[in-house]
Design a protein around this ligand. Structure first.
Ligand SMILES: [Zn+2]
Ligand SMILES: [Zn+2]
Length: 246
């Protein structure tokens, strides 16, 4: 937590000397201005997480498609098509703490999730952020997925953040790896916090929160861990989904 405040303070000081500008048009104010934010359209139809065939709910086409996956559904907010604006915004959000971007992206995720009535009908929406490894958290000072989960928990009426996953392997730099290499790299990378019974996922439907998913290997490994702890279902909710070349 200390690191987070440290990063927060540095960010505040930097903003004083270097006022924030919209990354698209350069207007002073926030990292994205109201006019330019319209360029980021929420994804209409979802698709099968495996073969990417279009469907409304982001579920798997059939057993064959769901075979190697442990989560049940994937809700994607934006297509990460390599557009420079989204890329720059995500880099800014991920690596340089930006409170306005965590609100902006959190709100996009909330608006997308709101379209899923079945999700809103749950008694409590348990939000589980994809964790960072301890060393990376120390280096970066904050976990962007946790910031998104915390924002979402303020927006959903009945929800709770369950920060119950630990990352055991520091295997986050996967951009240059192929699908199979990513899967192997992540095997056994997560575990559950079993010491705190309040963080139990047993019998609960959970929403797993991440910023960018590509092959979904990370989401899948997290979902596997959550199911091993008795989670009833796992819905992935990600800000953007990229292709392997992103
Ligand atoms: Zn702008
Ligand atoms: Zn499919």
């Amino acid at each position: 937590m200390f690191e987070f405040y440290y990063v927060f303070m540095i960010r505040m000081i930097l903003d004083l000397f270097f006022p924030k500008k919209c990354l698209a048009c350069g207007i002073l104010g926030n990292h994205i201005c109201r006019n330019c934010s319209i360029k980021l359209r929420l994804k209409g139809n979802q698709c099968c997480p495996n073969c990417r065939k279009s469907n409304k709910a982001g579920i798997f086409c059939n057993q064959k498609c769901s075979n190697n996956f442990s989560f049940d559904q994937l809700i994607v907010c934006l297509d990460y098509d390599g557009s420079s604006l989204l890329r720059e915004l995500i880099i800014m959000f991920k690596y340089k703490f930006s409170a306005d971007l965590s609100r902006f992206f959190g709100e996009l995720m909330f608006r997308q999730a709101e379209k899923f009535r079945q999700l809103l009908s749950w008694d409590i929406i348990y939000l589980v952020p994809v964790p960072l490894h301890k060393a990376r958290l120390k280096y970066r000072g904050f976990n962007q997925s946790l910031l998104l989960a915390e924002y979402l928990s303020k927006r959903f009426k009945r929800s709770c953040v369950l920060d119950c996953l630990h990352r055991l392997k520091n295997s986050e730099r996967q951009a240059k790896l192929g699908k199979l290499e990513r899967q192997i790299n992540l095997q056994g990378a997560f575990c559950l916090n079993v010491k705190n019974p309040n963080l139990s996922v047993s019998g609960r439907r959970v929403v797993l929160i991440d910023d960018v998913a590509t092959t979904c290997s990370t989401l899948n490994e997290c979902a596997k861990t959550l199911k091993s702890g008795g989670a009833k279902s796992v819905t992935g909710l990600v800000l953007a989904r990229g292709h392997l070349f992103c």
